[in-house]
Every structure is written in C-alpha cells, then in structure tokens.
Design a protein around this ligand. Structure first.
Ligand SMILES: [Fe+2]
Ligand SMILES: [Fe+2]
Length: 323
C-alpha cells in the first residue's frame, strides 16, 4: 500500500519565556519546562516544522535575555527543525514602559527568531512574512501585531502590512494554494479563544476605539478572514484551554476556519467570579500545557489537540478541514 502523501507540523503558542526582574519574579513558572517538552515532542513525532503563534517572550523588563533563553532551550532540546514564529503583543511590551523603541523591539524579534536565516519571503526589517511548504505548495502567512502591546486599544497593523497581506492572499487563491494564516490575537466577540457572547478576556482586537473611531486596518483584517473562507487562521493570545471548547469556529460559514491555540506556558480557563461574571482563571498547572499536531494531506488538514506535559493526544479535540 502506498502511504498517503502528507506533512506534519506542531502548533504552539504563548510560550512566554519569563525572566522578569532577572528571574526573581517569574509569572509563567512552567514556561521553560513546557517549551522544552514541546520541542522534544516535535522531534519524537517527526514534525517537519513548528508553527509558533506568538508571545514567545513575556518582556516585562526587556526581551533580550528572554530571547537568549528561548534560543538556549531550542539548542539544548535536540530539535533541529525549523520554527516559524508570528509576532504577538508581548514581543513589544517593553516599549510601553519606555524601555525601548518599537523599532528596537521588532529587531529583537527578527534576531531572536533568527528570521533572516529562514527560507521565507519577507521584506527587510519587517516582522511579517510568508513560508511555502515543499510538499503541496501550501502558503503560511505570518502576520504581526506590529503596532505594539495594547492590542485592544489600537489599530494593530500598518497600512503596508495589510497591503501586503491582501496582495499575498489574492495571489495564493488565484494559484489555488491552501493558506494558513497565523495571527496571534483573536477578534472580540468573534470566532474562537473566548466566550464570544460574554467575553472573559479584554485584550482581543477591536474594530473601533473607545470613542468610536474606526481601526481601519483591523477592519481590513476582518474582511480578509470573511472573504477567504478556505483559509485556516491560527490564533493564540487568550491562552484558553482546549477543555473550554472554544477551539474551532467558522462563524456559521460566515468566515474562514478559525482554530485557537492554547498556551504552552500554562492554559487559562473560562470561569465565573462570585457575582457570576465571566472571568479567566489564570492559575498555573504544570500539566495544563497544550497545542496541536497538524497532519496535512492533499485534500484535508487534520488538527489534533495535544497535552504537551505528557505528550498525549486529545482525539476529542480534533478538527478536520477539507480543501
Ligand atoms: Fe500570551
Ligand atoms: Fe498575547
């Protein structure tokens, strides 16, 4: 029997290497251990590459040492394959505290991820890029929260990035390619990663500011995910656990396939406070570390949830997306 042609990648998000105050006050306590486990799993399961949906660092007091730790863990793990990272909001967090400029944070991301050494299509100095897989010619578009950390308060993409994304998507569809869109932050009350009727997380992308003025590039992003319905959009950011079942949506066929990727560092749980209000439980448990193994065949992509702590697959959280 001929084996069906396929390729495989691991999907992780919100690794959150955390060296706040030089290691004295660590918030994401299991980040390093579970990132190492994720890399070992990718090696053991023969993944062709890893897709990392962003927030690789935590960056309360500068990201340089955290990026260094990120690289050390990769080197120590024995995983020799490629990792493609999207830029999340934490990558630029130090800008908010006046610790560096946005350009410096972008450079740290480019250096920390070794982006220049990867076989990707990119514009010099930019944090968004495209990768084409060698098996089927599938396109992976890595978008970037280019404008900084306060995801819920700003227009998150530059005009230039959205021009680029629109042009790429149009071309890929014209060429008949399958497209994976990797963009860290979900949209409030839309899709995946939160209770969309009663959101627990305040940090998702919005279409307008508090005073009602339009975030035009966020709106362009929303148009793309509504227009190109065959696209598979992978997001992270809320850290919400697979067990809360806000993992997949296509908004009743009004949008593309959206899959939310929980956090490697420690998942959050949709919960309620004593007044019944929706909140996120941010308690950390070492064994609450999750991602996906994606197996891509000619006619379908199969995403199966995985517990990164014990390398166990969750057959109940499997999403099959037909081409
Ligand atoms: Fe995060
Ligand atoms: Fe985030």
């Amino acid at each position: 029997m001929v084996r069906e042609k396929s390729y495989r990648f691991e999907v992780i998000s919100d690794v959150h290497i955390d060296l706040e105050n030089n290691g004295k006050k660590i918030y994401f306590v299991y980040a390093e251990k579970n990132f190492r486990r994720a890399l070992e799993i990718a090696k053991k399961r023969n993944c062709d590459f890893i897709v990392n949906v962003g927030d690789s660092v935590t960056n309360a007091t500068g990201a340089k040492a955290e990026w260094q730790r990120y690289r050390e863990i990769i080197n120590e793990s024995g995983y020799g394959g490629m990792i493609f990272e999207a830029m999340g909001n934490h990558e630029t967090r130090f800008v908010k505290y006046g610790g560096c400029t946005i350009e410096e944070a972008h450079r740290e991301f480019i250096d920390g991820t070794r982006l220049k050494e990867k076989p990707v299509n990119r514009i010099a100095g930019k944090t968004y890029y495209a990768y084409t897989d060698q098996t089927f010619g599938d396109a992976f578009l890595f978008l970037s929260l280019e404008n900084g950390v306060s995801t819920n308060e700003i227009d998150n993409f530059t005009d230039e990035q959205m021009d680029w994304a629109e042009e790429q998507l149009e071309r890929f569809y014209h060429e008949g390619r399958r497209v994976f869109l990797i963009q860290h932050a979900p949209i409030v009350r839309f899709g995946v990663g939160d209770d969309i009727m009663e959101p627990a997380y305040g940090g998702s992308i919005r279409m307008t500011s508090q005073n009602g003025s339009a975030f035009l590039n966020n709106q362009r992003f929303l148009r793309l995910v509504k227009q190109y319905k065959d696209t598979i959009w992978l997001s992270g950011h809320t850290h919400v656990d697979l067990r809360d079942e806000v993992n997949y949506s296509n908004e009743n066929e009004n949008a593309c396939h959206m899959i939310h990727v929980p956090s490697v560092a420690g998942t959050t749980r949709l919960s309620r406070d004593k007044n019944g209000k929706r909140v996120l439980d941010r308690s950390f448990y070492e064994n609450a570390s999750q991602g996906y193994i994606a197996e891509v065949f000619e006619d379908r992509a199969v995403f199966t949830g995985i517990n990164i702590f014990d390398d166990r697959l969750y057959p109940q959280y499997q999403y099959i997306i037909r081409k």
